[in-house]
Design a protein around this ligand. Sequence first.
Ligand SMILES: NC(=O)C1=CN([C@@H]2O[C@H](COP(=O)(O)OP(=O)(O)OC[C@H]3O[C@@H](n4cnc5c(N)ncnc54)[C@H](O)[C@@H]3O)[C@@H](O)[C@H]2O)C=CC1
Ligand SMILES: O=C(O)C(=O)Cc1ccc(O)cc1
Length: 366
Amino acid sequence: MTKKIFIAGLGLIGGSLALAVKAGHPKAEIIGFDLNEKAMKLASSLQIIDHAADSLAGAEEADFIIIAAPVESSLTVMDELAGLSLKEGAVITDVGSTKQSVVEKACVFAGSGAIFIGGHPMAGSHKSGVEASRERLFENAFYVLTPGPDVTDSMLIKLQNLLRGTKAKFLRLEAADHDRYAGLISHLPHIIASALVHEVEEAGKEEPLVQQLAAGGFRDITRIASASPTMWRDILVHNKETLLPMLESWKNRLHGIEQLLREDDSEGIYAFFERAKSSRDKLPSRQKGAMLPFYDLFVDIPDHPGVISDVTGLLAVQNISITNIRIIEAREGIMGVLRLSFRSESDLIYAKQVLEEHMYETYEAP
Ligand SMILES: NC(=O)C1=CN([C@@H]2O[C@H](COP(=O)(O)OP(=O)(O)OC[C@H]3O[C@@H](n4cnc5c(N)ncnc54)[C@H](O)[C@@H]3O)[C@@H](O)[C@H]2O)C=CC1
Ligand SMILES: O=C(O)C(=O)Cc1ccc(O)cc1
């Protein structure tokens, strides 16, 4: 029997999960809902979802419900879902970057016949919106599940089977442990990256050249600061208790290096960098799909034969590798859009230059 999957929140993660679920279960029917009508229309026209629902009430038919909104909105969605008559045995999950408050909220489903399993696919990007979705976003990444005591092994396996098309590695964790680990490796670095951008912006007011010179390493460590402010506000608010002591420890670490510098302790400074290098070099190597950023360029393409091979040929001549290519909205007689993905920002910039020299209209992700 065809399974119905309802996805609330059609952004980067909701859209990518829709594609991955469909890849694993081609017969599944994917119903999408988003408060933002534009996102819903785009998800339909890109065939990321099979149908758009008028409201959350569309979830009443579903065997699985995936909540893929920012954390605070996910809690509201959970409250609203609990007021519906959900299917007996329906499995509800979310994708939020914090888990404790979501798992606590799951009590609203007690006695409803539906069960909730918290989830967090630990891969993504600084991009947001359904247009940035991709089927292989979660490949080889960890996918944390935080089932409560009411969740049986067979329910957990059922959810993992649904999500098998993600090709992610499932990991079961307590919500509090998840929030501590994610706080340290994701949320604290996000605060630091954003604060660094503020620092350079402030300095740039006095000395505008500073911002123009900000390239290379600065761009690398601040890429994530381009992510959605709504999503990150919610993450901080919902991981406050974990993050406050981490920020304290971070301040002490900065004081430590400040002290070394004040005391002209060059051996200490060397040791600081040496320890960081040796530890960083031992981190697990990046695997395809796991937390890798992607660099997309959109190219308007006229509807005539040979145009795609012209674009790829121009890049091949310049030795620029394309890691992914997708045609968006190419119907007969209209201009289409080509989405080209590259391995690095420099490849993207070079490709843009080459294509514009040949009169192609290009733009980066909105
Ligand atoms: N962006 C990333 O790299 C990752 C994000 N996450 C988590 O996934 C969730 C979604 O993030 P993204 O997809 O990146 O955000 P996004 O901004 O791309 O999409 C979120 C979507 O949710 C919709 N939405 C908001 N409130 C809603 C409501 N009440 N009902 C229905 N739709 C609603 C928005 O209109 C938007 O289209 C967040 O909780 C985030 O913490 C998890 C892993 C990675
Ligand atoms: O852009 C990146 O590298 C990320 O790390 C994106 C990301 C953001 C939030 C998450 O909860 C998980 C992954």
